[in-house]
Design a protein around this ligand. Sequence first.
Ligand code: CDP
Length: 232
Amino acid sequence: MSKKIIIAIDGYSSSGKSTMARALARRIGYVYVDSGAMYRAVTLYAMRNGMTSPDGKIDTPRLVAALPQIEVTFNAAGADGVQHTLLNGEDVEKEIRSMEVSSLVSPVAVIPEVRERLVALQQKFGEEKGIVMDGRDIGTTVFPDAEMKVFVCAGPEVRARRRWLELKEKGEETDFEAVLANVKERDRIDTTREVSPLRKAEDALELDNGEMTPAEQMEWLMDKFYSISGEK
Ligand code: CDP
């Protein structure tokens, strides 16, 4: 039997990382962890407790002081086949995907103490290996020794179009330009922040999925997985 590995998938916002990582995990029987959902849950906590303002300002000292009271976990996949994010035991899967959370999450994710706490939790999830995790710093900071690292990219317009469609399907009508602006602004914050900025790990495989169908993407991933893990 071949050994289980760690698969780190990083990339820009709305590059389809989560869908890809989830589908891959299901296919190979690995655990999937959405690290972005954890930053989103902390952001929701901050919003609900009056620690954020609409212009993107975060009351950092209060949020840092509250961190020990913030528990982020995941439940087992429900009827929709998707595992839900829990904030202090409450299912917040829907709330954390709103535009409001999207527009505040990157400023929350620059706070070093927030990162430190979530990275520690993420590393615990990986102790047993057999995990697919997606995010911004998985191959660089969370699991620098991951056996398989993928860096996903695609142009901002392609990504904004995907995000806009996803929101529309969920019944949230948004202006395409606003979604595009959010995607670009998050790219900017994510790549320029001081702690663990988004960047391709040297040993990551680059995947530009702008023109790929989900099936082609899965084939690409499985091919790499087989050759790295030795599984067949
Ligand atoms: O779904 P999308 O790719 O747009 O974003 P996400 O994966 O849900 O992550 C939301 C935000 O959390 C990102 O824009 C980053 O600012 C932050 N994040 C991070 O800093 N580090 C991670 N490992 C994952 C997310």
